[in-house]
Design a protein around this ligand. Structure first.
Ligand code: F6P
Length: 486
């Protein structure tokens, strides 16, 4: 069935552009999020017929859906900044199994290669129940998209949460033009094949239901193609720079769109009074203009490698005692996925280690690590402005936009220490101090080099980092994908 309001462009993602919290008195507060998709979608203008389909994530969202227009799941546009958003109230237990169980504990772990394999993963009966929930959750999205989309509309499906949607949607609405975008890395075949064979095949054929399957880097696109060849026996054809995958009589084009930083937004936002205030507070915590500042800003996410980052900083202070008293590490590790015990434990480990480093090295008037664990975007921007060195050392990362944002916002140029396993390495590697994220001594050494680089060299490298980081702003990234769908 095609809805009467029939959208021309649709976006589907697990997390939508707005979330609600429910106060004790029963009132709802809407909070709008930022990020590449929000900014990208704004490129087509508020009047374009576009709908964003997302899931209700918590009780506040569910209440908002219930109170919404006639049970349609449409949110009031006053809450969404003018966007048409349909939020799906998927039963809470189905949602939890799909999101926490499969998306974040299995697919995320596969793509970021996070399993401690002697003991995990264990694909038992519980896993099979969760997988059934993941299929149902994907089907709910496919149903809603099929209902909302106008004839021949373009549908841009986001990420590993919704890997099955392209195929499910195509079977419901063969007229649609469907794109899928993976914001994560993609695992190489040997690791991807940890998944049960039938599940591995379903994930790949799910995405191949799209006309175009897109990735942040060539490395992840190539890994996906290799998995399709290996697991499905699909035929992978490279021709004059284009990559296509044919399976079951259909051909899917593979695209690479390296999302860049939103320079205009960031520069304007980073000079508002609330950021200036936080900048002054951070400068006071650093304790003097002669001290250098190493900055990291992450969700407290296993793949971000915050613990090894702190170990490397401690190693720097040991190997190069001349930095003691002359450098401060500002580390922001914001809460993430706290429904999962392993994330809660990791967060504790980050805090404990920061404390240990301070106990070992601090002197009166010098605190070597300044750790904040409460999310504050204005304070992040203040830290970006202040950074002499940016530490971005993930185990594995789809892109890592922080690596692109810090050079754009920094007041005085920045030296970037960058993991070769971050997607951003493909574009920024030539102008960064590149590290193997597992190697503490090498990371400590890279920090030393980055702290020691001359002002002139740092300024020149920053110019090149900024150019590469802003090559594909979110709006262009979004429009390129729409155009490429034809
Ligand atoms: O990288 C994939 C992604 O979905 C990002 O778009 C986002 O930064 C992150 O994961 C957020 O995850 P969650 O919605 O679970 O907080």
């Amino acid at each position: 069935m095609v809805a009467s309001h029939a959208a021309r462009v649709l976006v589907a993602s697990n997390r939508g552009p707005v979330s609600y919290s429910l106060r004790e008195d029963g009132t709802l507060t809407a909070r709008r999020g930022g990020g590449g998709l929000v900014s990208g979608l704004s490129a087509i203008g508020p009047d374009a017929d576009a709908v964003w389909v997302c899931a209700a994530l918590g009780d506040g969202d569910r209440a908002a859906v219930l109170r919404g227009a006639g049970g349609t799941g449409r949110l009031p546009i006053a809450d969404t900044g003018g966007q048409h958003v349909r939020m799906l109230d998927i039963p809470a237990d189905t949602f939890a199994s799909a999101y926490n169980g499969i998306a974040n504990s299995v697919l995320w772990f596969v793509h970021h290669m996070l399993f401690q394999t002697p003991l995990e993963p264990v694909f038992d009966e519980d896993f099979r129940d969760q997988w059934a929930a993941y299929v149902a959750y994907n089907a709910a999205f496919a149903d809603a998209l099929a209902e909302e989309a106008g004839q021949g509309a373009a549908v841009l499906v986001q990420d590993y949460h919704l890997a099955l949607v392209p195929q499910l949607l195509r079977s419901r609405r063969p007229d649609l033009r469907i794109g899928h975008f993976s914001h994560t890395p993609w695992a190489p075949p040997d690791y991807f094949r940890l998944l049960p064979d039938d599940v591995a095949a379903e994930v790949l054929s799910g995405i191949l239901g799209a006309d175009r399957a897109c990735f942040l880097t060539h490395r992840w696109a190539d890994a996906f193609a290799a998995c399709c060849a290996d697991v499905l026996g699909a035929s992978v054809i490279r021709d004059a720079g284009s990559l296509t995958i044919t399976h079951g009589g259909r051909t899917t084009r593979i695209g690479v769109h390296g999302l860049g930083a939103d320079a205009d937004f960031l520069r304007e936002r980073a000079h508002r009074p609330d950021v200036d205030e936080r900048l002054a507070a951070l400068q006071e915590a650093v304790g003097g203009p002669d001290r250098k500042v190493v900055v990291r800003v992450d969700r407290t996410e296993l793949s971000k490698n915050i613990v090894r980052g702190l170990l490397a900083y401690a190693q720097l202070l040991r190997d190069h005692p001349e930095w003691q008293g002359r450098v401060v590490h500002i580390a922001f590790a914001y809460p993430s996925r706290h429904d999962l015990a392993v994330y809660r434990e990791y967060t504790d480990e980050v805090s404990d280690l920061a404390e240990e480093i301070n106990e070992e090295f601090a002197t009166p008037g010098w605190q070597p690590v300044v750790l904040h664990v409460k999310d504050d975007f204005a304070r992040s921007l203040a830290a970006y402005r202040l950074a002499d060195v940016a530490l971005v050392n993930p185990i594995r990362d789809g892109m890592n936009l922080v690596a692109k944002e810090i050079p754009v916002v920094s007041d005085d140029g920045v030296a970037l220490v960058l993991s070769r396993e971050a997607g951003a390495y493909e574009e920024l590697g030539d102008d960064a101090f590149v590290v193997n994220p597992y190697d503490i001594r090498a990371t400590a050494d890279a920090l030393h080099q980055a702290l020691s680089v001359s002002h002139g060299e740092r300024a020149e490298a920053t110019k090149r980092l900024v150019a590469a980081s802003t090559a594909l702003p979110p709006q262009q990234w979004f429009l390129d994908q729409l155009r490429a769908l034809g």
